[in-house]
Design a protein around this ligand. Structure first.
Ligand code: AMP
Length: 768
């Protein structure tokens, strides 16, 4: 989820009667109530459970869709458990149906059933939960459905009740968009996401004032289905005569001003508001530094922030309006500007659980500064094993599909639990889609069924364009099935072997970027994969790579590459970090190690890591400091990134977030990938560290890092130039006779920085 939402309808925000159409009149009824914060809300309720043959319709007002193609409908409702209603056996239902009708304008108030397309049957996860005193408490359910692509100007939603006892507490309708952003000195306008889950919308950037397009490298970005900007390509550069540091600032100043303070204008706004009603100014906040905390915000309230800066040159103009709705328990917002002018606004929700990151832009001194809004805390992965009843876990995270919606076409592979087939899934009111269907073979044990469905319980928690998407499960029929989006090109290792040498480096790096983005998402959710390898990445027809193969730790046992190690358990040795092999320390940092191996597999078109070396030899070689060399034609920058992923000390390895950033930079500067000079900056490079490349001799450098006592050790071993020092590995440093671990680390970290600076700032290729 992200704050890139544009809300089209929010029934909770409406202060007056909703006045939706209800038919017949004794069916759905509009009732005023209070929510948990005692805010008045409108609800619709129906409870005709005693009478058979109910068919009660409720239709919203017309919803204009704007530019949206893919619309999200979020329903919050409570549903009575039929068992709790005496004397209703046979008539009472526990579901209702959601429909929509597309039209170009408002139609009359009559309701014709046959004009509606069904979106889904909505059921409660659980109508009741047990209270502390054993009493049964009504639970608020939240369900989200997606409709689209939509082609008309607007639509109606309709709710059909067939005899349940329902209170529809809130209906929210929204779409997602990528908000305008400045990247690489180019502005990218607000962009509505594409119509498909996996589609990216390519957007051309326009250079900011005083900047111009780099020759043959016009700026482009891609807006993802989640409203996130991805894969920047090309760039603008400051025109001659303007400050070339503009890149970091987002504009090309002729002069750099000093920031004196920020002024933050804060308005509380009323949602879905009368036209000429003014926003209420809530407060203005002034901050001497580049960060400020805004306290005492009301929960569940929309606020608009606008920021301007006061510098030596006077006040700038206010930037664009940045709208944020506080969470239910929100108490404070932090507005800050980290380093130079990236300003971060975070709304702190005390017990909030979301997520939301997006970028918009403000003007300061008539120039643009980047603003990022981030809600701290993130959705976390829940281990299905924590559920006593594995069936509940599956239904918590995966949709139960009706077997009649699935058409199996052919067998495409063999899975651990049964055949993997391809086929079609046709859900009511939706277009049919290609799917892969994993089946559970007949005669399974209860444990096998549990382990099989475990993958669905895990996959169902993820929603990211680079993680394989679960459509649903069939557990109530036979065979038991897991239905997944279809990935036309199968596993990445086989796909690369089949197309040996056929891709450009940029295409390969694009694949790696996708895998890293998927892994960043998984690690942000707290999920450790443990078996990341090219064979567990799937590729679709657009060459989009997605992480797959989810299971609990023991499921690794099914990987044919996994072998028993002396520490117990089966481990795919060639892909696994030393600490995970030695003492089963599996973390996102060990996933980063495996990611480095995947990079190597990709750049070598599916070569087997460590070729025909035995597993024992691999473990020994790694322990002695050996690392896989650069595959043929692999740019040194990429190999350097692999080496960073294979640092022995897991704290030294880059995070997935940094890896995505590094790969984006490479994609943005494709020319540098073509030459033997790498562009990869070690994630350890910190802009505030001195420029090591400016030192003229090894002695001068050692002096700067206060290690001059080792000058003779370097000379004796023949390291006379900084270039030769930059190639040193930790083993080389140790072999100089430097025994203090602290000094070894200090020297090595300085060498790594120097190496990165040489690669990045001066384009000096260093082969390690
Ligand atoms: P698995 O049990 O996940 O290892 O799947 C066995 C084989 O089935 C894989 O190696 C793939 O070739 C194929 N397969 C699995 N999932 C999919 C999918 N979503 N789309 C296409 N092929 C798949």
């Amino acid at each position: 989820a992200s704050l890139s939402l544009v809300i089209l309808l929010d029934s909770k925000a409406q202060q007056t009667d909703l006045e939706w159409i209800s038919y017949p009149p004794n069916g759905w009824e509009e009732i005023s109530g209070l929510d948990e914060n005692y805010t008045p809300i409108r609800t619709y309720q129906v409870c005709q459970v005693m009478e058979p043959n109910q068919n009660n319709w409720l239709r919203t007002n017309w919803i204009e869709k704007g530019n949206a193609q893919r619309i999200f409908v979020e329903l919050k409702f409570t549903l009575r458990d039929c068992n709790s209603l005496p004397g209703v056996v046979g008539t009472c239902k526990e579901t209702f149906n959601l429909y929509y009708q597309e039209t170009d304008s408002e139609v009359g108030r009559s309701l014709r059933e046959n004009q509606y397309v069904k979106i889904d049957t909505i059921a409660a996860d659980e109508s009741f939960t047990q209270g502390d005193l054993g009493e049964r408490k009504m639970k608020l359910n939240t369900e989200v459905r997606i409709i689209g692509p939509l082609t008309r100007r607007g639509f109606y939603l309709a709710f059909q009740d067939v005899g349940a006892c329902i209170a529809l507490v809130s209906v929210k309708v929204y779409y997602k968009k990528c908000w305008s952003i400045i990247e690489n000195l180019a502005t990218f306008p607000d962009t509505v996401t594409g119509s498909e889950f996996s589609s990216l919308v390519e957007v051309e950037g326009v250079c900011v004032n005083d900047a111009e397009e780099e020759a043959d490298n016009s700026p482009k970005m891609h807006c993802s289905a989640e409203g996130e900007w991805l894969v920047p390509i090309g760039k603008c550069i400051c025109k001659a005569g303007f400050h070339q540091k503009g890149d970091a600032l987002g504009f090309c100043p002729s002069n750099l001003f000093n920031l004196k303070h920020l002024s933050i204008l804060l308005n509380a706004v009323q949602r879905s508001k009368e036209k000429d009603q003014k926003d209420r100014v809530y407060s203005t906040v002034r901050s001497k530094s580049t960060s400020a905390t805004v306290n005492n915000l009301k929960p569940s309230t929309a606020y608009v922030f606008q920021i301007r800066a006061f510098t030596e040159a006077g006040y700038g103009t206010y930037g664009p309006r940045l709208e944020i709705t506080t969470k239910e328990e929100a108490t404070a917002a932090i507005v800050s500007s980290e380093q130079n002018p990236v300003i971060i606004i975070a709304v702190v929700a005390v017990a909030g659980t979301i997520i939301l990151v997006f970028m918009v832009f403000g003007f300061i001194i008539g120039r643009r500064y980047a603003l990022a809004v981030k809600f701290p805390g993130t959705k976390t992965y829940i281990d299905p094993e924590t559920y006593e009843d594995p069936n509940r876990a599956v239904h918590q995270f995966a949709k139960e599909l009706d077997a009649s919606c699935i058409k199996i076409e052919r067998v495409i592979g063999a899975g651990e639990f049964g055949e993997v087939c391809s086929g079609r899934l046709k859900l009511p009111g939706k277009r049919d889609v290609s799917v892969a269907i994993k089946t559970l073979k007949v005669g399974y044990t209860e444990k096998q069924r549990r382990d099989f469905l475990c993958e669905a319980s895990i996959m169902g928690q993820f929603d990211h364009p680079n993680v394989v998407h679960l459509e649903g499960v069939v557990t109530r029929g036979k065979p038991v099935m897991i239905v997944i989006e279809y990935m036309e090109n199968g596993s990445l290792d086989g796909f690369l072997r089949k197309h040996d040498g056929q891709f450009t480096v940029i295409q390969l790096v694009g694949m790696l970027r996708g895998i890293a983005a998927g892994m960043r998402y998984l690690s942000d959710m707290g999920y450790v994969h443990r078996d990341l390898a090219a064979r567990n990445i799937l590729v679709n027809s657009n060459l989009v790579c997605k992480v797959s193969d989810f299971g609990l730790s023991r499921v690794i046992d099914d990987d044919p590459e996994a072998v028993y190690t002396t520490t117990g358990g089966k481990i795919p040795v060639r892909w696994t970090a030393p600490e995970a092999i030695q003492y089963r320390k599996f973390t996102s940092a060990s996933d980063v190690w495996s990611y480095g191996i995947v990079m190597w597999e990709v750049m070598s078109y599916g070569e087997r890591p460590y070729w025909d070396m035995s597993n024992q030899d691999v473990i020994k070689a790694i322990d002695e400091g050996y690392r896989l060399p650069a595959p043929m034609d692999c740019p040194p920058g990429l190999h350097q990134l692999m080496l960073d992923c294979w640092q022995k000390d897991r704290a030294e390895r880059p995070k997935f977030d940094q890896i995505v950033g590094i790969l984006d930079k490479m994609i943005r500067n494709p020319n540098t990938l073509k030459t033997p000079l790498g562009t990869c900056t070690s994630p350890l490079l910190d802009q505030s560290t001195p420029d090591f490349t400016a030192f003229r001799s090894v002695g001068e450098w050692l002096e700067a890092i206060k290690m001059e006592r080792y000058r003779d050790n370097f000379t004796a071993a023949g390291y006379s130039s900084l270039e030769s020092v930059a190639r040193m590995s930790i083993e080389d440093v140790m072999s100089l006779g430097i025994t203090l671990v602290g000094h070894q680390k200090k020297i090595m970290s300085s060498i790594q920085t120097m190496r990165a600076q040489m690669l990045h700032l001066h384009g000096t290729g260093i082969q390690v």
